[in-house]
Design a protein around this ligand. Structure first.
Ligand code: PA5
Length: 429
């Protein structure tokens, strides 16, 4: 279950501002639900939850299991919405220092030659038993033409075809239904293909094969994740006051001139998830001179860094904190008996989660009294079901909030500007 706490933001807003925001949030919700807003042809992320495709979930799980049985390394090649979701959930749910199945490596999310060179060296390094690594590659690109992904895919698939006789069976593509060079390559090489529905944009696609195949290969229970999202979809169809209140408060702060939303968590496992939210909200809301810049903070680490600026810098910063009530696991501070040289005896027996919670509460108190409105979003436990719920919560929140700004949540016209300039410099026709 997801709960939102707004009291530390409310004190920065008047009743009228909040009520005005709430009215706008309700209207915006009806644009989403009634499919009558600008860009409503991009609501596939809702349709997949309204009518779940169990056969597809089953097919992906089966395919992922066969990869898990044979692969030492699984490469996910994609950028933006084509990789942030999988990266976020794998970081959140998988063990910190070991793999739960094949090693998952991301590529195609930047253009570092060094990264690709060292990746290939890593793939070529023999296993401990002297054998060759078994490698699988999943390229994910809805357009099929994104340069970062296409370049990495060119390098990696060349390597795969030189290395493995059955490379065509080891490479699969997740792309749009038709058109684009990636579809041409898939047809030519007979790679297995998963379809990204036409009506689901990249950053809203984590619950399509874009996220589901890498997650299933990483050992995450995609049925539980997906049905967590379905249950949140059903819940928010009838009970959405918390979500609308959150949208109302963020909107009212935006209208008051707040410029930055620091999205943070004291739970290191959720830092990938905050990056997913950053990509989802940032690419959706930043249009026509509108939007809050979604910055990220990794707490408590960043209290020793940008924490200073948040506490004491320009007063146009708000903060959103993701809070987990129960961690996946925990440990207590050891008792050192009569030796209290490190002067930490007063914490003996307390768990790290309890101490982290005090840091969270102390930070909320300090930031609020320093002039930073704080909104917190709470989940009980870190597991596939609750993260599925949180994914849909944030997808719907983003659509509602961005409609409140009066812009299309589902396009990204601004990203064309750098591409145009880059392609001109690279001499592309
Ligand atoms: O949300 C989006 O649409 C973008 O972030 C895309 O996911 C990103 O640009 C990658 O695009 P593509 O999947 O076409 O390679």
């Amino acid at each position: 279950m997801i709960t939102t706490k707004l009291e530390n933001a409310r004190k920065f807003l008047t009743e009228e501002e909040l009520a005005g925001g709430m009215k706008k949030a309700e209207d915006a919700y009806h644009l989403v639900a009634g499919e009558s807003g600008v860009g409503s042809e991009w609501l596939g992320w809702r349709h997949i939850l309204a009518s779940p495709n169990d056969a597809l979930l089953e097919e992906i799980s089966r395919h992922a299991n066969s990869i898990r049985q044979d692969a030492d390394v699984f490469i996910v090649c994609g950028i933006g919405g084509s990789y942030t979701g999988a990266m976020a959930l794998i970081k959140a749910l998988n063990p910190v220092f070991k793999n739960n199945g094949p090693e998952i490596i991301f590529a195609g999310h930047q253009m570092s030659g060094r990264y690709l060179k060292e990746l290939i060296e890593h793939l070529e390094t023999a296993k401990e038993d002297g054998g060759r690594k078994s490698v699988y590659l999943n390229v994910i690109s809805k357009s099929g033409s994104t340069l970062e992904t296409a370049l990495a895919f060119r390098v990696l698939r060349n390597w795969m075809h030189n290395r493995f006789e059955d490379a065509s069976k080891r490479i699969n593509a997740t792309t749009g239904p038709a058109g684009g060079v990636l579809n041409d390559i898939v047809a030519e090489e007979d790679y297995k293909k998963y379809v990204i529905p036409d009506d689901a944009g990249g950053r809203f696609s984590v619950l399509t094969p874009v996220g589901l195949l890498p997650l299933a290969v990483a050992g995450i229970d995609i049925q539980t994740l997906f049905y967590g999202a379905v249950s949140q979809f059903e819940e928010l169809e009838v009970n959405r006051n918390d979500l609308l209140g959150y949208a109302a408060a963020r909107y009212a702060l935006h209208e008051k001139g707040y410029a930055v939303d620091v999205i943070g968590s004291f739970e290191p496992d959720l830092l990938g998830f905050t990056a997913w939210i950053q990509q989802l909200i940032g690419e959706s809301e930043g249009k026509d001179g509108k939007g809050l810049y979604p910055a990220l903070a990794a707490y408590s680490t960043d209290l020793h860094s940008v924490g200073q600026l948040i506490q004491d810098g320009p007063r146009n910063i708000m903060e959103t904190l993701l809070v987990v009530e129960k961690p996946i696991s925990d440990m207590a501070v050891p008792d050192s008996g009569s030796d209290d040289t490190d002067q930490l005896g007063y914490l003996a027996g307390k768990t790290f989660h309890e101490i982290n919670k005090s840091a969270l509460e102390g930070t909320v108190e300090a930031h609020t009294s320093g002039g930073v409105p704080v909104i917190s979003i709470h989940i009980e436990k870190l597991n596939a079901r609750q993260l599925g719920e949180l994914i849909y919560f944030y997808e719907l929140f983003t659509a509602v909030y961005v409609y409140m700004l009066g812009v299309n949540p589902f396009n990204q016209p601004g990203v064309e500007a750098y591409k145009k300039a880059m392609y001109r410099l690279l001499g592309k026709n």
